[in-house]
Design a protein around this ligand. Structure first.
Ligand code: AMP
Ligand code: MN
Ligand code: MN
Ligand code: MN
Length: 271
């Protein structure tokens, strides 16, 4: 029997709204047996999620979603990473620092467009690391834009005036760091790579050459056609396929879906 799983969600330690405990409860209610908290560039909530999941007799796979950049943004999910590995902990500290620096750069850019958000604005409001979501929310709260969607479309998306990529982080370095910490590396939401279909396939092949282990072909509300397309790419490159709803609290929902056997094996869930 395949296990029901959702391997992609965010807590308030990154840009999600909820604490790990609430996510674990929602995962349980949705029928999941396995889940993974994959906050952006931080492991801050993993221990708490492990405990919350255990209390509900769920399995939490230690996870993280690492933002990288190579021609376009590529998010690398690290699963089963050893969160006590000092080298990995150091790597994640650098990610957190890089995120803070990028946030300041974004705010500086916005200031050039007369959008004035003081970095101190976020003190006491943001528990974990700053993300574009927080900045977009601030733009709304301070009356610069009517809603977060508009703020993203006008300022935050790749190519927009307020967009600053995380250029220094190469996908290969994320894959290597995950492997060195005993984990497996999965490319998150490949359908969202800002490339055309042909280039997407090439890009995934490149990452597979660097040791990528899996592909999140079953993502959020992807159509069956999209899932099929990325499953085929995964099969051709011997990557396992994972499923995740990328729930941040609010809109959307944690979704229990059958985890393909090859992923269960790679994640050590067999036996
Ligand atoms: P960051 O991790 O700082 O690069 O910010 C990216 C995050 O912004 C993603 O993880 C999403 O949660 C969120 N996001 C991306 N696009 C949108 C959008 N159009 N509207 C609202 N949130 C978005
Ligand atoms: Mn997010
Ligand atoms: Mn992502
Ligand atoms: Mn995500």
């Amino acid at each position: 029997m395949k296990r029901l799983a959702d391997l992609h969600m965010h807590s308030y330690y990154s840009d999600g709204l909820l604490p790990p405990e609430a996510l674990a409860e929602q995962a349980k209610a949705a029928g999941c047996e396995v889940l993974s908290l994959t906050d952006h560039d931080t492991l801050a909530g993993v221990r708490q999620m492990n405990e919350a999941a255990a209390r509900l007799r769920l399995t939490n796979i230690s996870g993280i979603e690492i933002s990288t950049f190579l021609r376009c943004e590529a998010h690398i999910l690290g699963y089963n990473v050893n969160i006590d590995d000092p080298v990995f902990v150091g790597f994640v500290k650098e990610l957190e620092q890089g995120r803070r620096e990028r946030a300041y750069k974004i705010l500086e850019r916005l200031r050039g467009y007369r959008i004035d958000i003081d970095p101190d604005y976020f003190c006491g409001k943001v528990r974990g690391e700053l993300s574009r979501s927080h900045i977009a929310q601030a733009m709304v709260a301070l009356g610069y834009e009517p809603d977060v969607d508009t703020a993203f479309k006008k300022w935050m998306k790749e190519g927009c005036p307020g967009y600053v990529p995380i250029e220094s982080r190469h996908p290969k370095s994320a894959i290597d760091a995950v492997h060195a910490a005993g984990g497996v590396a999965v490319l998150a939401h490949p359908m969202r790579l800002t490339l055309d279909d042909y280039d997407r396939k090439d890009f995934i092949r490149l990452l597979a050459g660097w040791g990528l282990d899996g592909l999140e072909a079953i993502y959020k509300q992807s159509s069956p056609e999209t899932v099929r397309r990325f499953r085929n790419i995964a099969d051709g490159l011997h990557l396992f396929v994972t499923c995740g709803a990328d729930y941040h609290g609010g809109r959307g929902a944690i979704t229990a879906r059958p985890l393909p056997q090859s992923a269960a094996r790679a994640l050590g869930l067999d036996g």
